[in-house]
Design a protein around this ligand. Structure first.
Ligand SMILES: O=P(O)(O)OC[C@H]1O[C@H](OP(=O)(O)OP(=O)(O)O)[C@H](O)[C@@H]1O
Ligand code: HPA
Ligand SMILES: [Mg+2]
Length: 183
């Protein structure tokens, strides 16, 4: 498949690569200031958060550790099933650590609220969230997100880690798909 075919699948670009870079730099500056003098563990949620994590850590001018969890609530469709499964757990114990969960998107908020309850039960010193994108539905769940990149409308988006049926994660921007892709 060539690049032209991928572009043909898109309807519009919601957030450009330049906007993402600029926003992540701002988030990184706040994170550096907020965690000054404290060790920090970033927990990325696979697979969607890979791009955010990769670019966020390179914008951080300080030591951090990274760990990863894989959870899935979506399968291959566009609606959350609400049932969260751990596909890969953290490598290390997080008790007593300052943890920052890194997410690509908070949509229904179900994944994150489940994940935060799960991680809090392990006794971290603190736990906060950094997410590149947040949709309006997330307001329905009681999750406090300290660092948010962009508030976006309630449309299914792809790119920069986000997939539709495992495709489009490698796009360097965030956009919506043309209707013919869903048919
Ligand atoms: O707020 P929610 O409605 O719960 O949706 C957000 C979650 O859904 C997506 O992950 P998914 O489970 O599709 O796995 P993936 O990251 O591997 O694509 C996304 O990466 C978030 O983790
Ligand atoms: O809008 C979305 N796009 C891709 N994956 C997602 N997971 C939750 N919401 C989305
Ligand atoms: Mg997904």
């Amino acid at each position: 498949m060539d690049q032209a075919t991928v572009a043909d699948d898109l309807e519009k670009i919601l957030v450009t690569k330049e906007q993402i870079d600029e926003r992540l730099a701002g988030m990184a500056a706040r994170i550096s200031a907020d965690y000054e003098g404290r060790d920090l563990l970033l927990v990325g949620v696979l697979k969607g958060a890979v791009m955010v994590m990769a670019d966020l850590v390179r914008a951080l001018d300080r030591h951090v550790e990274m760990d990863w969890m894989a959870v899935s609530s979506y399968g291959s469709g566009t609606k959350s099933s609400g049932v969260v499964r751990i596909l890969k757990d953290l490598d290390k114990d997080i008790s007593g650590l300052h943890v920052l969960v890194v997410e690509d998107i908070i949509d229904s908020g179900l994944t994150l609220s489940w994940l935060l309850a799960n991680l809090r039960s392990r006794g971290p010193a603190s736990i906060e969230v950094a997410a590149l994108l947040r949709k309006p539905d997330a307001a329905k769940v009681d999750v406090d997100v300290r660092y948010v990149g962009f508030e976006i409308p309630d449309e299914f988006v792809v790119g920069y880690g986000l997939d539709y049926a495992e495709r489009y994660r490698n796009l360097p921007f965030v956009g919506t798909l043309a209707p013919h892709v869903y048919r």
